[in-house]
Ligand binder design. Structure first.
Ligand code: PAF
Length: 320
């Protein structure tokens, strides 16, 4: 595995690989790698001759007051992991080389960038589109791989590649989850043990909405309210959004379509802002949380408790 830190060196290496007809698969990351990244890398290895992973915590995609400074970083651990995965090249540029003092050029995917997370993280997707454009020009990949946990990012980058005629294929990779269904994220490291337990309600809220939609409920407002109440009843009070939207345009839906919809959520728990989603496209479901037996049992227990509570309430009514 070769670690490259200079832009010019990476460009020359990419040129050389292309000359030798090697198919370059690219996995851009911000480091602090977890199983979610590894799944993406393994997918990349399946269809590429050479895999390049970039590690770069991109300052332009963090809004003012966000966690750029405190974003978890562990270069040594990341490199060990990548070496074990037999990645060919790791590109780790210096922030001052990526963004010179007189940096002036940005890429925007208007409309899509302002929806969902864009409303709560101004400038975030402009920073993502810009850095990915730069990375594409440096790594010169044939195929680039992105996790579907960041579904909006995936949609935006697909549109960018199409609109700007990048000769690069974008491949989505499904979300990897913990046993309780919580999507893996570098930001999960911000959570205390108690907060991590609370986060278990996020995938459950998505499943609740998905079940209602598949059972034929069409009223998006009603479903969103039920899901938000569920989150609140599980101590998640800081909800940026729970949205049901078109999976291509990201436009919120009033009437759910059980064959085509994005169910997306963003919440804040302690210091962490966590996002997750389920996508239904042409009747196929992506990112479906699978919750293990233990969590299923907990779910049953919860149901029982809720039923008992209701019974108690009814009894109270009878007495009154
Ligand atoms: O998804 C991420 O980790 C980042 O947004 C990306 C694509 C590496 C750009 O900084």
């Amino acid at each position: 595995m070769e670690v490259i830190r200079k832009i010019k060196v990476m460009q020359e290496k990419a040129e050389d690989l292309r000359r030798r007809k090697k198919k370059i698969g690219f996995v851009p990351t911000m480091g602090y790698l977890h199983e979610g990244h590894l799944k993406i890398i393994r997918e990349a290895k399946k269809i590429s001759d050479v895999v390049v992973v970039s590690i770069f915590v991109n300052p332009t995609q963090f809004a003012k007051g966000e966690d750029y400074e405190s974003y978890p970083r562990d270069e040594k651990r990341d490199l060990e992991i990548l070496r074990k995965e037999r990645v060919n090249f790791v590109f780790m540029p210096d922030v001052r080389e990526m963004y010179s003092e007189d940096f002036k050029t940005f890429v925007e995917v208007s409309g899509l960038q302002d929806k969902l997370c864009g409303e709560f993280r101004p400038g975030h997707f402009k920073g993502v589109a810009t850095v990915v454009t730069k990375l594409f020009n440096i790594v010169k990949p044939h195929v680039a791989f992105f996790g579907l946990k960041d579904y909006q990012q995936y949609v935006i980058l697909n549109k960018m590649v199409k609109d700007l005629n990048f000769d690069i294929k974008i491949k989505p990779v499904e979300t990897v989850r913990d046993k309780d269904g919580v999507a893996l994220s570098s930001r999960n490291s911000y959570l205390s043990e108690e907060e991590r337990k609370i986060a278990g309600a996020i995938p459950k809220s998505l499943l609740l909405a998905k079940d209602l939609i598949l059972q034929g409920e069409e009223d998006a407002e009603k479903i969103k309210n039920i899901a938000k109440e569920f989150l609140i009843s599980h101590n998640i009070n800081n909800i940026d959004y729970f949205e049901i939207a078109d999976p291509d345009t990201l436009e919120p839906k009033r009437k759910c379509d059980s064959r085509n919809c994005l169910i997306a959520v963003a919440v804040r728990i302690g210091k962490a802002r966590l996002i997750d989603n389920i996508v239904i496209k042409n009747g196929k479901i992506y990112n479906l949380p699978k919750i293990d037996g233990r969590a299923e049992k907990e779910k049953e227990k919860e149901k029982k408790k809720e039923k008992e509570k209701e019974k108690e309430k009814e009894k109270g009514k009878e007495v009154n």
